[in-house]
Design a protein around this ligand. Structure first.
Ligand SMILES: [Zn+2]
Length: 407
């Protein structure tokens, strides 16, 4: 019973924590634009930005309320126990029972999230002129996304539960090794297998931009064959760029919307930032810490994997992989919050290093103007609350970055 209430407190505390953060952010957003960023928005645009922020914040709170309610219903009112019982009626095989249970959970979560996704895309994003996705494309994306995740998680879960049945004592180590290998393979193939399901990537076309990028890439020893343009414009007018993969599959991907919004010098500066990530080996560092964290999580889970108390907390008489894992994940939430806090601190450090790389190559000024343009275009919040930045931001704020460039 103590465990039952501990989990309810954890779920409610996490909810309260995110509400506090969003209230803090709401309050901070009423500040005037910082001196260094003056001129990014005129008065009308700033009012639009404020309205967009408010709308997103309200949306976040409502979706949070619905998700928390769903979780509480499933856990506290016996939803998980019912799903477990139903899966057991359909099969006797522990692997199949677990897969059926996770499938029901997945579909439920997906169904609850779907209206939010529709509202976000076709109401909020459309209202502020960002959405470019058509209903048809949205439906295709949703269906593909559903099956891609289902396939990947289904295979991973199936394997892990199966291994648990074979070697319960060393399950955590073997399962971790297999999950790690599959994750690495997925990372390696991400650009070639997953991305093409949703987007078209093309090598950078000949021209002034390509020559400018070519000479910079050559100067810093980065292969131009690894630079691609992606058709992000078919979904949103927001611009982006990212670095992905490792070894022979590393690549920098620039959104076509980025090319529309920025000058050649600014694009080279954004590219320099991405090459900075590569030079500092950020992908490898992130992957190694994720692998270590997973190992710790698998080990901790193995300590409670057959605990009767854990299963009883969810209203089940018999412990099982899927019920114990679900309850374990709920108990793990506070640690997860701390982990994401640390990973955001690290990520901001990496972003700072990538910015510094661009600065060292004399591109700070252009990166600064590129980021200002992109922030203005995407109506981003210029004055987030410091606590929100500290806990949730994977990038330094625009103000911090501009101070870095101009300091
Ligand atoms: Zn970056």
């Amino acid at each position: 019973m103590a465990l039952y209430w501990t989990i309810i407190v954890i779920v409610l505390a996490e909810f309260a924590y995110s509400i506090v953060l969003s209230v803090l952010n709401r309050k901070a957003s009423h500040q005037p634009i910082p001196e260094l960023l003056r001129g990014i928005y005129d008065e009308a645009e700033y009012a639009r930005q404020q309205a967009y922020s408010r709308e997103n914040s309200r949306f976040g709170v409502v979706s949070n309320i619905v998700n928390t309610t769903l979780l509480l219903c499933l856990f506290a009112l016996g939803g998980f126990a019912w799903m477990d019982g139903y899966a057991r009626e359909l099969s006797n095989n522990p692997v199949l029972i677990a897969l059926l249970f996770f499938f029901m959970f997945y579909v439920l979560d997906w169904l609850v999230g779907l209206p939010f996704s529709v509202y976000d895309t076709f109401h909020i994003e459309a209202k502020y002129g960002f959405n470019r996705s058509t209903p048809r494309l949205f439906v295709m994306d949703t269906i593909k996304g559903f099956f891609v995740s289902l396939l990947i998680y289904g295979i991973l879960m199936g394997l892990v539960v199966w291994i648990y049945g074979l070697i319960p004592e060393f399950f955590w180590l073997v399962a971790w090794a297999i999950v790690s290998v599959i994750t690495l393979i997925l990372q390696f193939l991400y650009s070639d297998v997953i991305v093409p399901l949703f987007n078209k990537q093309t090598p950078l076309a000949e021209g002034e931009l390509r020559s400018a990028i070519e000479s910079f890439a050559q100067k810093v020893g980065f292969k131009l064959q690894n630079i691609y343009v992606i058709d992000g414009s078919k979904r949103s007018s927001k611009a982006n760029a990212y670095f992905t993969g490792f070894g022979s599959r590393k690549r920098i991907v620039l959104y076509d919307t980025l090319m529309e919004q920025l000058t050649t010098d600014e694009i080279v500066a954004v590219l320099a930032h991405e090459i900075g990530h590569y030079k500092h080996r950020h992908i490898l560092k992130d992957m190694s810490s994720a692998l270590i964290l997973n190992l710790i999580m698998f080990y901790l889970f193995s300590l409670v994997i057959d605990s009767k108390d854990i299963a009883a907390a969810a209203g089940c008489d018999v412990p099982s992989f899927h019920i114990n894992m679900t309850v374990f994940m709920l108990l793990f939430t506070p640690i997860q919050i701390i982990i994401s806090l640390i990973s955001n601190i690290l990520s901001r450090k990496h972003e700072w290093e990538a910015d510094e790389f661009a600065c060292q190559h004399g591109l700070g000024k252009y990166l600064s103007s590129a980021l200002k343009k992109m922030s203005a275009q995407s109506l981003s919040n210029l004055t987030p609350h410091p606590v929100v930045v500290y806990t949730q931001y994977s990038h330094p704020t625009l103000l911090q970055r501009v101070e870095h460039f101009e300091g």
